[in-house]
Design a protein around this ligand. Structure first.
Ligand code: CTP
Ligand code: CA
Length: 227
């Protein structure tokens, strides 16, 4: 439009968000998982919806409610999350906040694995999961704005810059997840925004505030991209 009087800067924009952990089955009663709560991803989905976006949240198993005014799809595994995201393309933007399990057990037993006297524990053969963000970053239907996270316990910025390049993202939100940071499962976060333009350090704030600020940054960036 020549004159934009809309108070909702993301109206008409379709945005995909991934959030939470994934669960990778070993047998019908056991799985491999991680400590992600989904708080940051869900807060980002909600913040984007508040700016008027048509938000599709693909959530792993979390103990928190679906955000308001967001279409939420529930998945368990990395493969299911990848498939759901793929089905949602094309989109204007995508934000990958999920702590996707890097590996899964190559096979999942059909029955509960039993202890067998004298045999010892089972040896799990692990294989790598698909990288959902990298797949979308290099996709023929790549959204014009792709945002990833980098969960690191060391060399935060250097690792985030490597992920920016390798996964072809526009922004990487670099996140210190060392146990001392208290970020995993907590309500606060301290992030750096890594892009080709450099590194922007944000002060420590609540996960809701990070979400609001990131949504505003995305709206600003999408303004320069035609629908
Ligand atoms: N990611 C993804 N699919 C995966 C692994 C990661 O979409 N299979 C996304 C995450 O959602 C995040 C970004 O990639 O946006 C970085 O995730 P992270 O775990 O920090 O990086 P990895 O590439 O998995 O590398 P590592 O865990 O070894 O640091
Ligand atoms: Ca990982």
């Amino acid at each position: 439009a020549l004159l934009d009087i809309s108070p909702k800067p993301l109206a008409g924009r379709k945005i995909i968000v991934t959030s939470g952990p994934t669960h990778e089955p070993i047998d019908p009663v056991r799985y491999i998982a991680n400590r992600s709560s989904g708080k940051q991803g869900h807060a980002i989905a909600a913040a984007l919806a508040r700016l008027g976006a048509d938000v599709h949240l693909v959530s792993g198993p979390v103990g928190i409610a679906d955000p308001a005014d967001v279409t939420t799809l529930h998945v368990e595994t990395a493969n299911e999350m990848r498939e759901a995201v793929e089905q949602l393309l094309p989109a204007d933007a995508a934000v990958f906040v999920a702590a996707v399990a890097d590996w899964r057990s190559e096979t999942s037993a059909g029955e509960k694995i039993k202890k067998v006297a004298g045999e010892g524990p089972p040896a799990l053969q692990m294989i790598e999961n698909p990288d959902i963000l990298a797949g979308v970053g290099h996709h023929r239907k790549r959204p014009s704005l792709v945002v990833g996270f980098a969960a690191e316990t060391q060399d935060l910025v250097r690792n985030a810059e490597a992920k920016l390049r390798k996964k072809s993202a526009d922004f990487i939100v670099a996140n210190d997840v060392s146990p001392e940071s208290g970020v995993m499962g907590g309500d606060r976060n301290r992030v750096r925004i890594v892009s080709k333009a450099g590194v922007e350090e944000w002060p420590e704030m609540s996960k809701d505030e990070v979400a609001t600020r990131l949504a505003a940054l995305m709206a600003e960036r999408l303004k320069t991209i035609t629908v």
